[in-house]
Every structure is written in structure tokens, then in C-alpha cells.
Design a protein around this ligand. Structure first.
Ligand SMILES: [Zn+2]
Length: 558
């Protein structure tokens, strides 16, 4: 029975290009997961898009002296290109400034309001007297107010150092990002989401998922223990989804970007359904059917929103299913030789941009390296000096070499056909026994969201495959015992098929090359048939190099 999965990857703000840190966080693991599910025959929708609203977009537009939609259009297109270049293939890459998204978000907000979970309250807010406007979220910076943090660069909505949400009125030494002025406190009002009413249900839900990554569980259960605050879900801003309420005071206010952004997953699903089936209402199969598993892939800084606020919004709306998993990666730090390790940051100029990477390198090297150092449970570092070794010694010399040498040998000495198996000896049988269990072992790691362990399992098998090839010495037996030589090559081609099938979710471009080299149709190149032997006598495709050697690491001066 095929299972059904709705997989989302966090929406990047449409105000910048993508760098390696983004890809390592949410997008690459999500893509591997989706490709694996599809290879197994499961039904999957893979949803992403740009987050076009919020202060970051408006700030970028103001700094560049253009309109917000102009900023959005430019970066949306660049992000979509970069994802495609890396083989990260969403079913839809939507836009939250689309009319469908705006209507969907307004209807959602209205329903949460009608259900009694949004309350209008007077509040005080920071105001820039020089600019003559309120300073929501990232329009203000200051020192983090959480005990033990002290980050002097905390933004008005969230502290990037400790990951907690910020109350801007509690920031130390607040400064307007627009003018540098010291803000005043003025009265306004907003609609507050009554988050505390969901504390118990959220706790029970998270405790019911022991399989989630421990950092997500610990972080969210810790916040629930402290008690969730009510949160303002509207803003005094010019750019965003207009508050839909009939209340005359709603004029000029927009939804908080973190209210409308996750609804993007829903509106983009509806948009995709309309494009593919002609019925936007089919989105309900993906969002309101308990048979569908909803999986959100995010970076660690999005944990509060995806594992607490968004599920509470879904409960408040009332007709949606809760996510089955919220898979967060930690931050990937970045280190060049002779420099300190730090968080990848465009403001500090320590980012490797995807578009620059793709001009010089193949997508597979980055997909491989980022998975092999994936910050799945703790922060890890991208090390420029390591990148070259991982690519050349592992990807090229171990995995790529095994497939290439096997197919080349079959072309040279067996007329490009799969030789007969003949009678297998105990060494062949032991090798094949391990091989037959490989798809199950790798699949279990991927299902458990242990992408790095899955890749390590594949590489261990690839090393074993090279040892098998070497110990069989087919270059000698072809002169002395052609039957034994053919048997070894038969087993090696079979091994290449299994390795290529299970590596394909990680390394899709190389997987496709290997499929053609092995003479397999797309229907034969699937997870469920990964351990099947190749048919003796069938023709192989031309041998190709799967991965190229590299001379220097991306981002490193030559
Ligand atoms: Zn902090």
C-alpha cells in the first residue's frame, strides 16, 4: 500500500540569494526524503515557495529604493533557479504575495477569530519618531532580554543566538533599524492569538512523538513548561496580508508574517492541485486526511513557529491534521583554513552562494558533503579543507570508481553485456547477503530522519564492493578462468545497481547517469527493486564518470 506524505521545506524570505547554510538546513534533507519516498512508490507532494511578506522584505525594498514586489520577483526567481540547479525539485515553488495565498490566509485568520482564539488588545509598541512609524519585529535591534544570552544584536522578533522569541519592549538599548534613532513607546492595538489555551494539547502531542529529533522535543517541551505567551498576530505595516476583519480598526494593519507564512504550505498545495488536477479543493486530501503524514523540514531557528505556533493555529482553525514530524537541522557553521569557525552569514560576508557554487562545481559534491556533515542533532561546521577530501576520496574514488570500473570492465571483456552468474561461491553469497539488506538498512535510516547515517551505510557498502572487486581480481581471472571472471563482474554489476538505486535520493544526477550505464529503465530503477540482479545478457549503456575530482573547495580562493 503506498503511503501518502505532504512534505514541506521552510519558506525562504524573498529578499536574498541562497547560500550553503540554507541548503544544509531544510532543503537538502527534505529533497532526499521526498526522492526516497517516490522511489519506494509512496505518494508525495513536495511544497515550498518564497516568503514574500514581513519586515525583511519591506526593509530590503526600502534600502534598494524599489517596491516590495520588485524585490520579491527578483529573489524568487534566483532562489528557484538555485534549487533546480542543485536538484532540489519541489512540486511547486509558490509565492505568498499571490492572490490565492492572500485569500487563503485571510480566510484562515477569520476562522481562528470566529472560533474565539484572537482577541483585540491595547498594547504599547516601539515607534521611530524620526521615521514617523511603528517599529515591528526586525525594524528594531537591541540586547536580548533572555537570561544567560546577552546577544547585543537581537532582532525585535527573535534572538538568533538563543533562538527564543523577543518582546521588543524588553530589548536592552533598542535602536531603530531605519534611522538609528532611539525608539519611543507609543500605544496601539493588535489581535492576539491565545496560545496559552493550547499548551496542554501541544504538550500531549509532542510527548506522543518520541521519534522526533531530541533537540526539537527538548526545546519545545522546555518552552511549554515555562508557559507560552499570547502573541500579537497583526502588525502596523504597509506590506503584508491585510487583516480581513470587519472591525473598522483593522484598516491599515496586516497579518504578522509568521501567521501567514506557514499558511503558504496550504495555499501552495491548493495552487499545485489546481495546476495538476484542476481542483484546488483537492488540497484537503493532503491536509485534512489522517492518512496523510505531514512532515515539515526547517532550520533550528524556525522551531518555535513550526512545532508550537503553527500547530496551535491548526488546532484553532479546527479542520486540519497536525504534522507527523517537524524535522529541524541545527545551524551549519563555516570554517576556512586559518579563520575562526562562525555561523554562515551574508552580513559578515562568510557565505558560499549557491549560484557561485554552481558556476564552478557539480551539485553532487555539495549534496554529498552537506549530508556527510549534516547538523542533524548539533551544530557542525562546513570546513573548506575537508570538502576536497570528501569529494575526491569518497565520492570519486570509492562510490564513483566502483560503478565506473565495473561497467568499463564489462564493456571491455564482455561486449557491454551482463555476464552470466554461474555458481556463486561462499564469498559471493556473503557479499550478496549484505547487499540484499542494504535498501532496508538505508531506508530505515532515512525513515528515521538520519540522512547522514543512511549515507554512511551506503559508503560502507561501497568500500566493501571495492574490496570484493579487488579480491576477485577479474583482470587476472579473465585470462585463466573466464567463468569465474564473469561471475565476479555479474555480482559487481548487481552491486552497482543496488548502490546506484539507494544513492539516487542523495545524488540524483549521478543516479540517473548510473541508471543509463546499467541499462535500466526508470521503472526498474526503484527502491523496491534495488537488490534485484541484472538480467544476464542484457546490454549496458556507455560508461561515464559519475563524479568529477575537484582541486579546491567552493568559496576558497584559488
Ligand atoms: Zn538571546
Amino acid at each position: 500500500m503506498p503511503r501518502r506524505f505532504l512534505v514541506t521545506a521552510a519558506l525562504p524570505y524573498a529578499n536574498g540569494k541562497l547560500h550553503v547554510g540554507h541548503v544544509a538546513g531544510a532543503y537538502l534533507p527534505a529533497d532526499i526524503f521526498v526522492r526516497y519516498l517516490r522511489s519506494r512508490g509512496d505518494e508525495v507532494a513536495f511544497i515550498c515557495g518564497s516568503d514574500d511578506h514581513g519586515v525583511p522584505i519591506q526593509l530590503s525594498a526600502e534600502r534598494e529604493g524599489v517596491s516590495p514586489p520588485e524585490v520579491v520577483d527578483r529573489y524568487h526567481a534566483s532562489q528557484e533557479r538555485d534549487f533546480r540547479g542543485l536538484g532540489i525539485e519541489f512540486d511547486i515553488y509558490g509565492k505568498t504575495m499571490s492572490p490565492r495565498h492572500i485569500a487563503t490566509s485571510q480566510a484562515f485568520f477569520q476562522r481562528v477569530y470566529d472560533n474565539g482564539y484572537l482577541k483585540k488588545r491595547n498594547t504599547s509598541q516601539l515607534y521611530d519618531p524620526q521615521a514617523g512609524r511603528f517599529l515591528p519585529d526586525r525594524y528594531v535591534k537591541g540586547t536580548c532580554h533572555h537570561p544567560g544570552c546577552g546577544n547585543p544584536e537581537a532582532l525585535g522578533d527573535q534572538c538568533e543566538k538563543c533562538g527564543r522569541t523577543i518582546d521588543p519592549l524588553k530589548l536592552g538599548d533598542p535602536v531603530s533599524v531605519l534611522t538609528g534613532a532611539r525608539p519611543e513607546v507609543r500605544d496601539t492595538f493588535h489581535w492576539y492569538f491565545e496560545l496559552p489555551r493550547f499548551g496542554e494539547r501541544l504538550r500531549a502531542w509532542i510527548e506522543g512523538h518520541p521519534e522526533w529529533r531530541s533537540q526539537v522535543r527538548q526545546f519545545t517541551l522546555g518552552l511549554l513548561k515555562e508557559g507560552l505567551p499570547e502573541r500579537a498576530m497583526t502588525r502596523d505595516l504597509g506590506w503584508g496580508v491585510p487583516v480581513p476583519l470587519a472591525d473598522p480598526d483593522a484598516g491599515g494593519k496586516v497579518l504578522y508574517v509568521w501567521f501567514d507564512a506557514p499558511i503558504g504550505y496550504v495555499s501552495f498545495t491548493a495552487e499545485w492541485c489546481e495546476r495538476t488536477t484542476g481542483r484546488a479543493t483537492d488540497y484537503q486530501t493532503w491536509w485534512k486526511d489522517p492518512e496523510t503524514s505531514i512532515v515539515h523540514f526547517i532550520g533550528e531557528d524556525n522551531t518555535v513557529f513550526h512545532a508550537l505556533i503553527w500547530p496551535a493555529m491548526l488546532l484553532a482553525e479546527g479542520s486540519f491534521e497536525l504534522p507527523a514530524n517537524v524535522v529541524a537541522n541545527c545551524f551549519l557553521n563555516f570554517q576556512f583554513p586559518g579563520k575562526d569557525e562562525e555561523k554562515m552569514s551574508k552580513s559578515r560576508g562568510t557565505a558560499v552562494w549557491i549560484e557561485d557554487y554552481l558556476r564552478e562545481f557539480e551539485p553532487e559534491a555539495l549534496r554529498y558533503y552537506l549530508t556527510s556533515v549534516a547538523p542533524e542533532n548539533q551544530r557542525t561546521a562546513y570546513r573548506a579543507d575537508e570538502f576536497v577530501g570528501h569529494t575526491n576520496d569518497e565520492l570519486v574514488a570509492t562510490l564513483g570508481n566502483f560503478v565506473h570500473r565495473t561497467v568499463t570492465f564489462a564493456h571491455r571483456y564482455f561486449e557491454g553485456k551482463v555476464p552470466a552468474a554461474g555458481d556463486l561461491d561462499p564469498q559471493d553469497r556473503a557479499h550478496l547477503e549484505s547487499l540484499r539488506s542494504l535498501p532496508g538498512r538505508v531506508g530505515a535510516e532515512i525513515e528515521g530522519m538520519h540522512f547522514k547515517a543512511g549515507l554512511e551505510t551506503i559508503m560502507a557498502e561501497a568500500r566493501g564492493a571495492n574490496r570484493y572487486f579487488d579480491s576477485k581480481a577479474p583482470w587476472q581471472t579473465r585470462k585463466t578462468d573466464l567463468g569465474s571472471c564473469g561471475r565476479a563482474i555479474h555480482v559487481c554489476l548487481w552491486t552497482a545497481r543496488t548502490l546506484a538505486t539507494v544513492m539516487a535520493p542523495y545524488l540524483p544526477f549521478a543516479g540517473e547517469k548510473a541508471r543509463k550505464m546499467l541499462g535500466l529503465s526508470a521503472g526498474e530503477f526503484v527502491w523496491t527493486r534495488a537488490a534485484d540482479p541484472l538480467v544476464a545478457g542484457s546490454s549496458l549503456g556507455a560508461a561515464e564518470i559519475l563524479f568529477k575530482k575537484i582541486e579546491k573547495a567552493p568559496g576558497e580562493e584559488s
